[in-house]
Write a protein that binds this ligand. Structure first.
Ligand code: NAP
Length: 483
C-alpha cells in the first residue's frame, strides 16, 4: 500500500466507480469525484474503515474546473497522482431521431469531454514521474453498436479511440492506457435498462435480466467488483500488450483470472525469479499461466524429464521459457525408493535444490478440493514457497478452459492418479460432484445441493476425507474467487 500515491476515480460514489475506489484503496490513497456528496462521503468512510486513505471532490466531470479542483486536492494532501480511472458516465437509449441535440451533447460532455478534462489534468504528473496508469471505462457498446443505442455507443467508441491513440503517445513515459469494455454490470444503470425493457418491451423483470445476461459473453450479469479487479490489474501492469488494447473481460482478462493474477503480483513481488514445476496437469498449467501473466520477466517453468515427455509442450513453451531438468541420478535403490512417492519426493528435492541455488521462489499449485480430500503428496506440500490454492477444482478446470490450456492437460485431471493418491473410484466421481459435496460440507452450498450426488458416492467421499484428515496440514492461501 503506497499511501503517498493516489488513484483518482471519477463517478466513484456508487456502482462500478465505488467498487473501483474500494479495490484501489488497498494499493494507494483514493480521491472519488462525483456530483452527489453523500455518496462520496459514504465511500470515503468505507475506505477509512478498511484502514485506507480517501478524499472526495464534488463536481461535474463535464466542467474542466472539476478536474483542476481534484488535482489541487491531491496536492493539498501531498499525494502524487499515479492512477486515473475515468469511470463517470451516463447512458440513454432510444431511436436516434428522438434525441434532442442537447441530450446528444450532454452524453458527449460527460462521457467523452469529462474523460479528456481529467486526462489532460493528470498526465503532467504521470509524465514527470515516468509512471502511471489510465483506465477508461468504455463498454461492449464501444466495440459494437446495437439498435437504439447510437448516442451511448458513439461516446464509448470515442473512448476506445482516445485510449488507443493516447496509449501509443505516452508509452515512452511508461504510462499505461486501457479502455475497459464490460458488458452489463449490476448497478443503477443496468437497473434502469431493466426498467426500460419492462416498460417498453412488456417483459417481466426476470425476462429482462435474463436477456441482458445472455448478451454478456459470460452469460451472466457481472458484479462491479469484477470490473474493479480488472482496473487493479491495469493499474499495476506495464505489459505493453495490455496498453491501448480494449479489455473485454473475457478469455485471459476474465475477472476471475485477473483476480488470481493480481494475487500473485501482490504476494510474489519480492521474488527474484519464480520457478513453476509443470507436470502437464491442470493445476500446474494454471499456476504457470497466472504467474507468467503476473511476472513475464520472472517466470520459468521447470520439468524433470526430456521435452518430449511434457504433455502439451508447445502450449507451455508458448507461455514462458521452460527448463528441462535431468532426473536425479539412478543409484542402487531399496524397494521403497522405487515407489512413485519416492520419485515424487526426489523430483521436488531437485526443484528445491535448483531454486535455492538460483535464489528463486518455487511455486506450488494445489486446489481447494484436493486440500479437503487430502490427496496431495507430502512432497508437494512441503516444497511449496508460494502456494496457489483456495480455488475449487471445478474452477481450475473452467479457468484452464478460459486461458486456453489444451484439452489433453485438463482431461488428465479427470483420470485416476496414483502418484497423487487419487484412486480409480474417486476418479469415477465427476469433479463437479466432488466440489458440490465439499461445498455442502463447508457450508458454501445449502444441504439440498447434495441431492444431485448418489448415496454411494457420498459415502465414498465421506470416507476418503475422514481417512485423509491427518494430511490436511497446510492452511489454504490465496483469494476466494469472486463468483
Ligand atoms: P451508475 O451506477 O449510474 O453510476 C454512475 C456514476 O457516475 C455515479 O457515481 C455518478 O455520480 C457519476 N456521474 C454521472 N454523471 C456525472 C457527472 N456529470 N459528473 C460527475 N460524475 C458523474 O453507473 P455505472 O453502471 O456504475 O457505470 C459507470 C461507468 O461504467 C459508466 O461510464 C458506464 O457507461 C460504464 N458501463 C456500465 C455498464 C453497466 O452495465 N452498468 C456496462 C459497461 C460500461 P453522480 O450522479 O453523483 O454524479
Amino acid at each position: 500500500m503506497q499511501k503517498n500515491l493516489v488513484t483518482i476515480v471519477t463517478g466513484g460514489g456508487r456502482g462500478i466507480g465505488r467498487a473501483i475506489a474500494l479495490r484501489m484503496s488497498a494499493l494507494t490513497s483514493v480521491i472519488v469525484v462525483g456530483r452527489t456528496e453523500a455518496d462520496l462521503l459514504a465511500v470515503c468512510a468505507e475506505i477509512q474503515a478498511l484502514g485506507g486513505q480517501a478524499a472526495h471532490c464534488v463536481g461535474d466531470v463535464a466542467d474542466p474546473g472539476t478536474a483542476q479542483a481534484t488535482i489541487d486536492l491531491a496536492a493539498s494532501h501531498g499525494w502524487t497522482i499515479r492512477n486515473l480511472v475515468c469511470n463517470a458516465g451516463i447512458g440513454k437509449g432510444g431511436p436516434l431521431h428522438t434525441f434532442s441535440p442537447e441530450m446528444w451533447q450532454k452524453m458527449f460532455h460527460v462521457n467523452v469531454h469529462g474523460t479528456f478534462h481529467f486526462i489532460r489534468a493528470c498526465l503532467p504528473a504521470m509524465i514527470e514521474q515516468k509512471n502511471g496508469s489510465i483506465s477508461i471505462i468504455s463498454s461492449t457498446a464501444g466495440l459494437k453498436g446495437h439498435k437504439n443505442d447510437a448516442a451511448y455507443s458513439a461516446t464509448k467508441f470515442a473512448l476506445v479511440g482516445l485510449a488507443q491513440s493516447l496509449a501509443d503517445e505516452v508509452k515512452k513515459h511508461n504510462i499505461t492506457v486501457v479502455p475497459l469494455c464490460p458488458g452489463f454490470v449490476e448497478t443503477d444503470m443496468t437497473r434502469r435498462t431493466v426498467a426500460g425493457l419492462v416498460t417498453h418491451r412488456k417483459m417481466t423483470e426476470a425476462e429482462a435480466e435474463a436477456l441482458l445476461a445472455s448478451v454478456n459473453p459470460q452469460g451472466r450479469i457481472l458484479q462491479p467488483e469484477e470490473i474493479a479487479e480488472a482496473v487493479a490489474y491495469c493499474a499495476t501492469t506495464r505489459d505493453p500488450k495490455v496498453s491501448g488494447t480494449p479489455m473485454e473481460l473475457t478469455t485471459w482478462s476474465e475477472p476471475r483470472v485477473l483476480q488470481l493474477v493480481n494475487w500473485v503480483r501482490e504476494h510474489a513481488a519480492p521474488a527474484k525469479k519464480l520457478f513453476i514445476p509443470i507436470s502437464g496437469g491442470s493445476d500446474s498449467a494454471l499456476a504457470f499461466y497466472l504467474c507468467a501473466r503476473a511476472y513475464p520477466e520472472k517466470v520459468t517453468g521447470i520439468f524433470v524429464g526430456s521435452p518430449s515427455k511434457l504433455r502439451a509442450r508447445a502450449w507451455f513453451e508458448s507461455i514462458a521459457p521452460v527448463l528441462y531438468l535431468k532426473a536425479p541420478r539412478k543409484s542402487k535403490k531399496t524397494e521403497a525408493e522405487h515407489s512413485a512417492a519416492h520419485a515424487e519426493i526426489a523430483r521436488w528435492a531437485t526443484f528445491l535444490e535448483l531454486s535455492n541455488a538460483s535464489g528463486a521462489w518455487l511455486v506450488g499449485s494445489r486446489n481447494h478440493t484436493e486440500e479437503y480430500t487430502g490427496l496431495y503428496s507430502l512432497a508437494s506440500r512441503v516444497a511449496t514457497f508460494l502456494p496457489l490454492a483456495n480455488v475449487w477444482k471445478s474452477d481450475v478446470m473452467t479457468l484452464c478452459d478460459i486461458v486456453g490450456v489444451p484439452p489433453e492437460v485438463t482431461a488428465s485431471s479427470r483420470r485416476a492418479d496414483p502418484d497423487c493418491g487419487r484412486p480409480q473410484t474417486l476418479a469415477e466421481i465427476p469433479l463437479e460432484a466432488i466440489d458440490t459435496y465439499l461445498k455442502v460440507r463447508t457450508g458454501e452450498l445449502p444441504d439440498a445441493a447434495i441431492e444431485a450426488i448418489g448415496a454411494g458416492q457420498i459415502e465414498y467421499l465421506r470416507r476418503t476425507i475422514d481417512q485423509n484428515q491427518f494430511k490436511r496440514s497446510l492452511p489454504t492461501k490465496g483469494p476466494r474467487l469472486l463468483v
